[in-house]
Design a protein around this ligand. Structure first.
Ligand SMILES: [Zn+2]
Ligand SMILES: [Zn+2]
Length: 426
């Protein structure tokens, strides 16, 4: 039945989610290539967790008052009545997997990397999507400051290999169970009398999570912040030592950084080190992370430390385009096979399949009839060799090989095709 205009269904990708088309894969391939290279250099192993988890896992760990839990999670009930959530981030899932599979048994500390889609229900805008991709590194079950530094160095190497310039790297500590409550008290003492001057969000957050007030982009809140107490003056000895060690490692490795006493993260599970990386071209964060020594305890495990960071892949691509960085993926040289006439068409696929079995990358558009149309397709594919099988060649059991760079054309025996192509393809 022909679809009438009335009954025609049109579908689009869900709001804030996009297709990654073949033409864009060159960017993704380059990033995955660099990610794998860095992971291998820094000795991180791949871990993959499901896109869905129990909603409670995130609610328990990210914090009830975090934006993610308050309004950004995709939560639904499964047919079996289980409340599930599309993962808004991966660290919590990885900790869940660590505990579930006793991964401490295999390596200590455990160094893992991940990549894949994350989901947050927020208003799509520049740099924000409802489905976005992250590449991340985590080092689990060790609280030594050397691992905070390794996470930061690995992310820097990632940007460096991609040739991303002008990275603004900010770092801070947000203390621990010992010193944080005291600083929290100081913040409350400072902000409570100013409550009426704060933005709506901050008024709401004040009692639950006063640290978030330091993060507010509102101009008024920013102005009030300038006289707010600074955590660096309220750290316990251990947190202070830890921070000094992390900064020492970073300086020893010649990484420029900015110590930002107002830097906090939106999720509850962080403690001590927090960091963010930005570039001037992008108004949002390119990479961020920190330490989370209480996370595993919160989701039901022992007291096991962790530190990690994640990179926004879509944002990297945007920056690369803005900084005019060519993804520069090495594509394998390819041959393009052209068949003209019935006989050639019939035997064409056998020749193509034989070459593919011999490891030669062959493109074709065997569905097309004319030589002209097939040559046009060969040009589009940027093939370095074009192989032409016509009626005459089928009869003589030969084939024409044309080198596209030099324009030189030769006729060779069909039985020698693989050998001849391999000799010329580089
Ligand atoms: Zn402390
Ligand atoms: Zn505010």
């Amino acid at each position: 039945m022909k679809p009438s205009k009335k009954s025609k269904l049109t579908f689009q990708a869900p709001k804030g989610m996009s297709d990654i088309l073949p033409k864009d894969q060159i960017w993704w391939e380059r990033i995955l290539e660099v990610g794998r290279e860095v992971s291998s250099l820094y000795d991180f192993s791949l871990i993959e967790t499901p896109l869905l988890e129990s909603a409670g896992l995130f609610e328990a760990s990210l914090g009830e008052s975090s934006d993610v839990v308050e309004k950004q999670m995709f939560v639904f009930e499964s047919k079996g009545g289980q409340r599930l959530a599309l993962r808004p981030e991966a660290t919590v899932s990885i900790c869940r997997a660590y505990l579930e599979h006793h991964l401490g048994y295999y390596a200590h500390p455990l160094k893992v990397f991940y990549y894949g889609p994350m989901f947050r229900y927020e208003q799509p805008q520049a740099g924000r999507w409802r489905q976005f991709h992250q590449w991340g590194f985590e080092i689990l079950a060790d609280n030594h400051s050397v691992y905070d530094a390794q996470i930061i160095l690995a992310i820097h190497r990632f940007f460096n290999l991609l040739k991303i310039k002008d990275i603004n790297f900010r770092i801070n500590t947000i203390g621990c169970r010992v010193c944080r409550p005291n600083y929290r008290k100081k913040l409350l003492e400072y902000y409570r009398p100013l409550k009426k001057e704060l933005c709506e969000d901050c008024q709401r957050r004040l009692e639950n999570n006063p640290f978030r007030l330091l993060d507010c982009k509102n101009e008024n809140c920013r102005a009030l912040r300038s006289s707010a107490p600074v955590i660096l003056n309220h750290l316990c000895q251990n947190c202070n030592n830890h921070l000094q060690e992390v900064l020492g490692f970073i300086e020893d490795n010649n990484l420029p950084y900015v110590s930002d006493p107002y830097l906090v993260r939106g999720l509850d599970y962080y403690n001590r080190t927090v960091f963010e990386m930005e570039v001037p071209e992008l108004k949002t964060t390119l990479a961020a992370g920190g330490r989370y020594d209480y996370l595993m305890e919160v989701i039901g495990g022992q007291n096991l430390s962790g530190v990690g960071g994640a990179i926004g892949i879509e944002r990297i691509i945007e920056v690369m385009k803005q900084q005019e960085i060519n993804p520069d993926v090495k594509t394998r040289p390819r041959a393009f096979f052209i068949a003209v006439g019935n006989q050639a068409e019939k035997s064409g696929l056998v020749s193509v399949e034989n070459m593919r079995r011999a490891g030669i990358v062959v493109s074709e558009s065997l569905g097309k009839k004319s030589l002209k149309a097939q040559l046009k397709a060969a040009n589009k594919k940027k093939a370095s060799l074009v192989l032409i099988l016509g009626q005459k060649e089928v009869f003589e059991e030969t084939i024409i090989i044309r080198d596209m760079a030099s324009g030189v054309q030769e006729t060779v025996l069909l039985s020698k095709l693989i050998e001849e192509v391999k000799k010329r393809l580089h």
